[in-house]
Design a protein around this ligand. Structure first.
Ligand code: GDP
Ligand code: MG
Length: 317
């Protein structure tokens, strides 16, 4: 967490209210304006923006103002944590973004899967700009990119992974104040060593809930019990088999409402207090950590729109 993120977390704590099912985190207008200025300041330095989204929630993890903030700078959509998302959904999402004229790639910033393609796409997007500079008589230079995304989407992981692969930061150059904030990635790309943190959009309760599921909102700021119940409802509706298998729930037990289901899971997993009462907090934490750790299988909460007719499925690579 950098300082900026810390401030956000503190604000989240301050705004905690009892019992709200939806995260009641808010970014104050002043905070947003400051963030926007910070991002826009950095945008001037780059040719391409890599918009990092969570592949499990490509809509909920997006900031709708991104277009306005990025302006006409080329933008590349990277669906991160693709290792945790439903593969078929990810393919559909990539096809969707491409149908919208956006370059898009699915990546896993921990294993590095998809990063090579991502770097190539970023370089390709910067070409018009770098070529233009050369045409004007400048020396050829690498493409410059920056990563933008909401908290916890994997910005630092991506930058670290790309930096690790390169093993070398761009050296200081005399007369240039850009000093250590650039990382060289391969031969033709430089990455700003500082991600832009976008605020998530909380007005929509579904968005807030899904951000809570995937852990993009601190667990301290929303009603975990309510979120876990909603999660159980979602899982029962979308992937009942996996849920039943993971917690050895019988067909009968699976018929129960979310609250009773949670009790069944708690009993099967020994999440019990002295006297055999359900340790509600423990079973709630178990479910969230199983989900976020991929132990409930690969899940995508935001459904991809159907690709426009006639378009072939593309590889999510
Ligand atoms: N499974 C998985 N986890 C990831 C991936 N990228 C990041 N993470 C995890 O997501 C969490 C947040 O990552 P971080 O890079 O700190 O996000 P940031 O707040 O956007 O900088 C960390 O626990 C990372 O290990 C990914 O591609 N796959
Ligand atoms: Mg970070």
């Amino acid at each position: 967490m950098d300082n900026f993120e810390k401030q956000g977390a503190v604000r989240q704590m301050e705004q905690k209210e009892a019992g709200g099912a939806v995260p009641n985190v808010q970014w104050f207008p002043g905070h947003m304006a400051k963030t926007r200025r910070l991002i826009q300041g950095h945008l001037k330095l780059v040719d391409v923006v890599i918009e990092l989204l969570d592949a499990r929630v490509p809509v909920s993890s997006a900031n709708p103002l991104i277009r306005e903030i990025v302006g006409d700078k080329p933008r590349l959509v990277a669906l991160n944590k693709a290792d945790l998302a439903d593969e078929a959904q990810t393919k559909k999402w990539i096809a969707y973004f491409r149908s919208q004229g956006l370059s898009a790639a699915a990546i896993d910033s921990l294993s590095g899967a998809g990063l090579k393609a991502l770097v190539q796409k970023a370089e390709a997007l910067a070409k018009p700009k770098t070529h233009k500079l050369v045409a004007k008589g400048a020396k050829p230079r690498a493409a410059r990119a920056m990563v933008l995304g909401i908290p916890n989407v994997g910005k630092s992981s991506l930058i670290n992974r790309l930096a690790g692969a390169a093993k070398a930061k761009v050296e200081d150059r005399p007369g240039v104040t850009r000093d250590k904030q650039w990382i060289r990635v391969g031969k033709n790309l430089e990455l700003l060593d500082m991600p832009g943190i976008l605020w998530p959009k909380f007005e929509d309760p579904v968005v807030g809930m899904r951000l809570a599921f995937v852990g993009s909102v601190s667990d301290e700021v929303y009603d975990v019990e309510a979120a876990v119940k909603r999660l159980l409802e979602w899982l029962s509706a979308h992937c009942p088999k996996r849920l039943a298998e993971r917690y050895r729930l019988t067909e009968d037990e699976m018929q129960a409402d979310a609250e009773t289901l949670l009790e069944h899971i708690g009993k099967h997993r020994g999440c019990l207090l002295k006297g055999g009462l359900l340790d509600a907090e423990k079973v709630q934490r178990l479910l969230l950590s199983d989900l976020r750790g991929g132990r409930l299988g690969r899940v995508t909460f935001d459904d991809a729109p159907e690709a426009p007719k006639g378009e072939k499925e593309v590889e999510a690579g």
